[in-house]
Design a protein around this ligand. Structure first.
Ligand SMILES: Nc1ncnc2c1ncn2[C@@H]1O[C@H](COP(=O)(O)OP(=O)(O)OP(=O)(O)O)[C@@H](O)[C@H]1O
Ligand SMILES: [Mg+2]
Length: 373
């Protein structure tokens, strides 16, 4: 997809006219607190119906205002021209429209507008808890299996019901109910684990293609692989596992095994990456995972993702930073990158001088140069 134009109202400190982005790289520069991340946040609201910074919309809506709105004009490889509108109020009322048609679930927006978000917290994809990696699988699989999100929602519902049942096994009829929840949990769990497993295999193949371009020949000794962990003992049948662990689950009052505990195991030279990589390596690796995900999406659907890159200058050394942008450029992904440091001061990015350039100052976004309005 190509986000051509963006209009923002009521998002944090921003006051901007309609913004017109470059098909390749658009660069947002400005002092700390000027509003750069807020512009990226507005794009995230448009494409995912949520901010990547705060789950609480009240903190994103401009002080003293009751709602925020974002409008976008998108050119999609498959769906053609799209006009997208998103509005959210302090009381969490949500309206989303694509080409004038109401979107019932904001999760539908994700399917329309594939986005990759890279922020200062990106290293957590490698270093942090499994939840971030499960979300990574979710972002990818949403586009590949129309029913995936529905399966995930249904699985969570069944899991909650089973957990309640586990805590009430003493009540009459509870064991019978538990049998019924087990059957549904196993059925959905196997389905989810199967697509997640296939997905991680595909991502691993993509990663092997992306890493050499990102590491620029420095990848020797940086032999990275990702593999899927289903949330139960490798090779065991999920229905057997659920049967065998029922007593333990009753004692704990919750279901231990299942895709709610799945993970992606990231290894560097056969060692767990989270235990050995540096912060900068973790950020580079997570960026490689983002690109591998975008590549997988493009292969599966023919659609390119939009990349939001916050704090471009953060953590990465100049060479890795430049190689990352070149990689995205060579794959013809659109990029919106923000930085408090001017491009000119980021040595290896001198050749990116031709990109669209926006200056952000106290919430005012002004175009310095680039595509015409
Ligand atoms: N709900 C809100 N209403 C109005 N202003 C807000 C709101 N939330 C945050 N702000 C202000 O918006 C400004 C912009 O924040 P933002 O994080 O976008 O800046 P930034 O340019 O990314 O800065 P940095 O370079 O430090 O990352 C900050 O000064 C912040 O205090
Ligand atoms: Mg910022």
């Amino acid at each position: 997809m190509f986000l051509k134009a963006l209009t923002i109202e009521g998002v944090r400190n921003l006051r901007s006219p309609e913004l017109h982005f470059d098909k390749s790289l658009s660069f947002l520069v400005g002092a700390n607190g000027s509003g750069k991340t807020s512009v990226l946040e507005a794009v995230s609201l448009l494409c995912r119906g949520q901010s990547f910074r705060s789950p609480n919309i009240g903190t994103v809506i401009r002080h003293g205002k009751s709602d925020l709105s974002v409008w976008g004009e998108v050119e999609d490889e498959v769906r053609g021209a799209l006009k997208v509108a998103f509005r959210k109020t302090r009381t969490n009322e949500t309206e989303a429209r694509v080409n004038g048609e109401d979107i019932q679930r904001t999760s539908k927006l994700i399917e329309y507008l594939p986005l990759q978000i890279i922020t200062a917290e990106s290293a957590n994809l490698v270093l942090g808890a499994p939840k971030a990696r499960r979300r990574y699988m979710d972002w990818g699989l949403v586009h590949e299996h129309g029913a995936y999100l529905a399966w995930r929602r249904e699985f969570q519902r069944v899991l909650r019901q089973r957990n309640t049942c586990l805590r009430n096994v003493g009540e009459s009829g509870a064991m019978h109910q538990l049998d019924a929840w087990d059957r549904q949990l196993v059925e959905l769990g196997k389905r989810i684990a199967s697509v997640q497993s296939d997905y991680v295999i595909a991502v691993n193949a993509g990663l092997q293609r992306v890493l050499p371009a990102l590491m620029g020949g420095d990848e020797a000794g940086f032999d990275v692989s990702v593999s899927y962990h289903s949330g139960w003992q490798e090779g065991d049948d999920f229905s057997e596992v659920i049967r065998a662990t029922r007593q333990r689950d009753v004692e704990l009052g919750r279901t231990v095994a299942g895709p709610h505990a799945s993970d992606i195991r990231i290894q560097v030279s056969s060692r767990l990456a989270s235990r050995i990589v540096s912060r900068g390596e973790a950020r580079a690796l997570s960026q490689a995972l983002n690109v591998a995900q975008a590549e997988q999406l493009q292969q599966a659907t023919g659609r390119r993702s939009l990349f939001l890159v916050d704090e471009l200058a953060g953590e990465l050394d100049a060479k890795t930073r430049a190689r990352f942008l070149s990689l995205l450029e060579s794959r013809r992904y659109q990029v919106l990158a923000a930085s408090a440091i001017e491009l000119e001061e980021m040595g290896d990015l001198a050749d990116k001088q031709g990109c669209a350039m926006f200056h952000v100052e106290q919430g005012q976004v002004t175009k310095r140069r680039g595509v015409d309005n």
